[in-house]
Design a protein around this ligand. Structure first.
Ligand code: TXA
Ligand code: MG
Length: 337
């Protein structure tokens, strides 16, 4: 454990009910003491997040699971062994006494042990549960750098711990372990296949219309402000042939070797062609493009494979849920509510 002065100070701020943004391997979190009701309310106020959206509690060690959760199955313990610390959040039945404000009034609780060294050091120093949603305003893109946190919430946090750019860049996989059969509520870079391989049973992915107040199921989530559309690779040449002057300047975000002809007011961003590389760069890229005054962002659809699932999910949400249909009339993304 590295107990730097910053970590000690951050742990004290948490103990006193303050807000500390800190890096995890997925995205930056906006942390506060999960046993302190007032501190929990400050998280919702800072984000502009509705109270019925529950928070994930981050813990230092597997032995703390039972401080928060009851009915922890052998299957869940297998997943904890395999993937913790790491980018997996498990949903359990909550233990009596867990604050309602943390769980959005539900009888379940999300737990995760992150593996980023700064998150680990903070949890070790604090030695309690740190509730932490992504450190962005409600419906905005999650921050993957300390600067992005400052842009989002700079005036609302008591301290930001800088741990560099997040290794993974997309939020954790969330799996509901409260049912007989585990269900993935939010895909992440730990795939359903990897989880199924550990459990020895198939793992379902929940559909978007599942009636649970589940992760990112708000229609505009993870969204840039700029009008953003997903298109198939073979639609790009047509778009270039019939560019609407109102859409210029425009930027195309591509990942493969599609042609990227030089045309006035048409810009190109080439993403990495591996899922890990793409995930790592996605939010940072969208954040930069959103600040560049483009009239429109067009994103090339990524492949169908399971390893691209989480990226497809976030791209669909960045475009207001339009993936899988022909390009729609552009959607304007409202700002945070
Ligand atoms: O990677 C991550 O998970 C990041 C880092 C900071 O750990 N955290 C994160 O938190 O993405 P947040 O609050 O932005 O997204 C967590 C999602 C929310 O959409 C929430 O609805 C869902 O997890 N969630 C939390 N507890 C839940 C529960 N008991 N049942 C169903 N969904 C839950
Ligand atoms: Mg979030």
């Amino acid at each position: 454990m590295t107990l730097t002065p910053d970590i000690t100070k951050a742990a004290i701020i948490l103990k006193e009910g303050g807000l500390v943004a800190f890096p995890t391997e997925t995205v930056y979190g906006l942390g506060a003491d999960a046993r302190n009701e007032e501190a929990m309310r400050r998280i919702f106020a800072a984000k502009g997040r509705p109270f019925d959206h529950p928070l994930i509690v981050h813990i230092a060690h597997k032995k703390h699971i039972t401080d928060w959760a009851s009915d922890v199955s052998p299957a869940a313990m297998k997943l904890a062994e395999a993937f913790w610390p790491g980018p997996l959040t498990m949903i359990f039945k909550k233990k009596p006494g867990v604050l309602d404000v943390v769980t959005g009034g539900q009888d379940t609780i999300g737990l995760r042990i992150p593996r980023h060294p700064v998150a680990q050091a903070l949890l070790q120093a604090f030695w309690g549960g740190i509730a932490a949603p992504s450190a962005n305003r409600f419906t905005h893109i999650s921050p993957t750098t300390a600067n992005a946190v400052l842009d989002e919430l700079g005036d609302k946090v008591d301290m930001v711990l800088d741990g560099g750019a997040c290794e993974i860049g997309l939020e954790s996989t969330i799996i509901d372990m409260t049912k007989d059969h585990p269900v993935i509520l939010r895909p992440g870079m730990i795939s359903a296949q990897e989880i199924a391989a550990v459990l020895g049973t198939p793992v379902a992915l929940s559909r978007q219309d599942t009636p649970v107040r589940a992760p990112g199921m708000h229609h505009v989530h993870y969204a840039p402000m700029t009008r953003t559309t997903l298109v198939d690779t073979n639609e790009i040449p047509n778009m270039l042939n019939s560019l609407d002057p109102n859409d210029l300047p425009i930027v195309f975000v591509i990942y493969n070797d599609s042609a990227s002809p030089q045309i006035d007011h048409v810009n190109w961003v080439k993403m990495p062609s591996t899922p890990a590389g793409y995930a790592h760069d996605l939010y940072r890229t969208l954040r930069v493009l959103d600040n560049e005054h483009f009239k429109r962002i067009v994103i090339e659809r990524v492949p169908e494979g399971a390893e691209w699932e989480a990226i497809r999910d976030r791209l669909t949400k960045a475009c207001g849920g339009d993936e899988g249909v022909a390009p729609q009339p552009m959607l304007s993304m409202p700002s945070a509510t």
